[in-house]
Design a protein around this ligand. Sequence first.
Ligand SMILES: Cc1cc2nc3c(=O)[nH]c(=O)nc-3n(C[C@H](O)[C@H](O)[C@H](O)COP(=O)(O)OP(=O)(O)OC[C@H]3O[C@@H](n4cnc5c(N)ncnc54)[C@H](O)[C@@H]3O)c2cc1C
Length: 309
Amino acid sequence: MENTYDIVIVGAGPAGMTAAIYAIRANMKVLMLDRLAPGGAIINTNEIENYTGAGKLTGAELAIKMFEHTQELGVEFDYRTVIDLKDEGEWKTVVCEEDDAVYKARAVILATGTVPRRLGVPGEDQWAGSGISWCAICDGAQYRDKEVVVIGGGNSAVEESIYLAGICTRLTIVTMFDLTADPKACDQLRKMPNVTVYPYQEVLEFTGEDRLTGVRFKSTKEDATERYVTCDGVFEYIGFAASSEAFAKLGIVDRTGCIEADARMRTKVPGIFGAGDITVKHLRQIVTACGDGAVAANSAASYVESLKQ
Ligand SMILES: Cc1cc2nc3c(=O)[nH]c(=O)nc-3n(C[C@H](O)[C@H](O)[C@H](O)COP(=O)(O)OP(=O)(O)OC[C@H]3O[C@@H](n4cnc5c(N)ncnc54)[C@H](O)[C@@H]3O)c2cc1C
C-alpha cells in the first residue's frame, strides 16, 4: 500500500537520522520526515568538538555526513511538517501540513527536538530576526567589528560567545545566574579581552528606533542596579522548548512538553517511541541523541516484528 511504512520517523536531526540508519538495517520500510533541511539543531552549530571520533568539525559538515549515511542505505526522506499523530492501535496515522499528506505506520519514532525559548520582554518581537538572533553561526558574521550582547550563561551561550567574541569588538553577556557551562569553555571565555559578564541579571527591554541599539537590564540582587549596554546585535540562549505540540494530546509528554520514554525509548502508547532532545533527559547532546535514536529504532523494529507474527 502506498504511503504505508513499518516505521515513520519524525525529525531528521541526529536522533532521527541515527534511528533511520538502525531501522533500515533492521529491514524495516522506513520514512524520515522533517519540516526543514536534515541536520536539526547541529546545522546552526559553529564547531563540534565532542562527538566521538569525529575530531573538530562544523555542525553543517556533521549534518551532511549523517544525511549522506542515511541516503547510502536508502532511507526515504521528505520535507513535511507533522501536525497530528493518531493512534489507531496496530496502525498510526501521521498527518502533515503540506499537501494534506497522510502516512500510515506500524510504529512512529518522535525525534522532533526543541526550539529556542524567548524572553518575552518589550522590544523582542520588534527586533526578532533584525537585531535579535538565536543562531550565531547563521547571523554572527553581520556583527564583525560591532558590539554584541549575549543573553544566557549555559553551554550554548558560552560556546557561541567564544565564537562571537572572536569577530566582534565588544561582547557583553547578561545572564540570570552565573556562567553554568562546561568550566573549560567558561575559562576560555572569561580570558577573552573584549568580554564582560554580568551575572544575576534580569533583562528589562531591547531599545532602538530604526534599529536595535541597546539592552536594559537590572540586577536580581538586593541593590537591583539598572544598567544599559549599547549594542548592534543580541543573541539569546536561554533554553529551549520541546517541539511536541502535535503529540501532546496522546498523553505522552510531561508538563514541560518533553516526551516521557523508558530505557527502551517506549512511550506509554504501544508503537510510539521518543528519541533525542525531545525526551525527558539529563544531557542533551549529539552523542546522547544518537544513542536514543539507535535504541528507539531497535525497540520499534522489535515491536513491528511482533505485530507481523
Ligand atoms: C547552539 C548550539 C550548540 C550546540 N553544540 C553542541 C556541541 O558542540 N556538541 C553536542 O554534542 N551538542 C551540541 N548541541 C546540542 C545538539 O545540537 C542537540 O543535542 C542535538 O541536535 C539533538 O538532536 P535531536 O535529533 O534530538 O533534535 P534536533 O537536532 O533538534 O532535530 C529535531 C528535528 O526535528 C524537526 N522537527 C521538529 N518538529 C517537527 C515537526 N512537527 N514535523 C517535522 N519535523 C519536525 C526539526 O526541524 C529538526 O530538524 C548544540 C545545540 C545548540 C543549539
